[in-house]
Design a protein around this ligand. Structure first.
Ligand code: GLU
Length: 417
């Protein structure tokens, strides 16, 4: 099964069945609350106008304001953004942070545009979203193809639409801002850091010596790079990396810093001199203790899973595994740290950033990392306790913890009117 929204639905259904979730909640949670699609014109550098299609899907806000990233990618489509929005709801609930779930995106390739065009696209999109976003209503953040600069443009655009005496009060309209414009220390690396904390929790439970272990990474953006850098610092060996330009392998280890420098120069991992170029199949077939998918969704499938040989898949990407891919790897005895846990460091530190903005505070990086560590460990323990008690896999267990919390709140509040 390759339709990303159907996969998200099936993952939810599995937990819903295990929890005996009542039918009205299944009904409510089966679709997002709001689906906003905007088509907006932007002036290009050559004087022509181009029309862009932007999305903001608000899945659920019973636990708090809608929260989730904005993706710039040429394959962005409605079902994808719907799935990503639902995953945010489950991720925030699993992490026990007071947010609901949302996701947004614009269907275009940001690599084909100048910084000036990117700024105009971002500002026009923010304007088009208008009051559908807000620091206590729906809070965007970076995702694939966007970064701290994108968030600062969004913040500035939003601030320009509120009265002077409200400007500082709306600084938390987006998270993942640059530190100088009100972001949090530790946010940029947070997803990779959270992933490393989750992997460490897994290693502790299994008496696995990470310092003697090895791993491969798919995607070398913000998540893939930081995860690789932190795991390598801990003594693990990075054996292979694949991104949209190609795949490279060096069984003696790849230095993430050197690879990053190469990517900054050339735009991708292809052509990296201190490793051999390999095929996509050879990349997936490279044996390692841990595989970190940190690129697009639906990469571990009936086609690729049979090639794989890993003890653990730590999902840095959202939805990298389809149902067949998961079944095949589970049968082989591979364990998963599911996306809603493994990549939750980003939104968790987004929450810390939002708190700091509200209180006009700025925390040290040590404080941010410490709080992130305790959040990741708590979520890991919640997941593992359910997995042991109900004899289910980690993903189902993580969903069960998450869906149960949402169910409790629906029970308490009832359904309006
Ligand atoms: N885009 C990230 C994610 O998928 C971060 C979201 C956020 O910080 O709101 O979790």
């Amino acid at each position: 099964m390759n339709n990303v929204y159907e996969v998200a639905q099936a993952q939810f259904e599995r937990a819903a069945n295990a929890l005996n979730l009542d039918s009205k909640l299944r009904l409510i949670l089966s679709q997002p609350k709001n689906e906003l699609i905007v088509n907006f014109p932007v002036l290009m550098d050559n004087g022509a106008f181009r029309l862009f299609k932007g999305y903001r899907i608000q899945h659920n806000n019973i636990m708090g304001p809608y929260k989730g990233g904005i993706r710039y990618h040429h394959e962005v489509h409605l079902d994808e953004v719907k799935a990503l929005a639902a995953w945010m709801t489950w991720k925030c609930s699993l992490m026990e942070i007071p947010f609901g779930g949302a996701k947004g995106g614009i269907k275009f390739n940001p690599r084909e545009h100048s910084a000036q065009e990117l700024e105009r696209i971002t500002r026009r999109f923010t304007h088009a979203l208008g009051s559908n976003i807000g620091p206590d209503h729906d809070i965007p953040a970076p995702d694939m193809g966007t970064n701290a600069q994108t968030m600062v443009w969004m913040m500035d655009t939003y601030m320009n639409g509120v009265p002077h005496d409200r400007k500082n009060a709306v600084r938390g309209i987006v998270t993942g801002k640059s530190v100088t414009s009100g972001g949090s220390l530790g946010r940029n690396k947070a997803t990779g850091q959270g992933l490393a904390f989750a992997v460490q929790a897994w290693a502790r439970e299994h008496n696995f010596n990470l310092a003697g272990g090895d791993f491969t990474v798919q995607g070398f953006g913000n998540v893939g790079y930081h995860a690789a850098q932190i795991l390598t610092n801990g003594g693990s060996t990075l054996k292979a990396v694949m991104d949209h330009t190609g795949a490279v392998r060096n069984l003696n280890g790849i230095d993430p810093e050197a690879l990053l420098a190469h990517c900054a120069e050339t735009g991708g991992v292809a052509g990296y001199a201190r490793a051999e170029a390999i095929s996509r199949e050879a990349f997936f077939a490279t044996r390692a203790d841990i595989f970190v998918p940190a690129a697009l969704e639906m990469q571990i499938t009936a086609e690729t899973a049979p090639l794989m040989n890993f003890r653990l898949v730590a999902e840095g990407a959202n939805g990298p595994t389809d149902l067949d891919g998961e079944r095949i790897l589970l049968e082989k005895g591979t364990e998963f740290l599911p996306d809603i846990l493994a990549n939750a460091g980003g939104v968790t530190v987004s929450y810390f950033e939002w708190l700091q903005n509200r209180r006009a505070e700025s925390w040290t990086e040590e404080r941010v990392d410490e709080r992130l560590l305790s959040k990741m460990n708590a979520a890991y323990e919640h997941m593992r306790a359910i997995a042991r008690e109900h004899k289910v896999d980690n993903r189902t267990a993580a969903y069960m913890h998450s869906v149960k919390r949402v169910q409790t709140v629906y029970r308490e509040r009832g359904i309006f009117p």
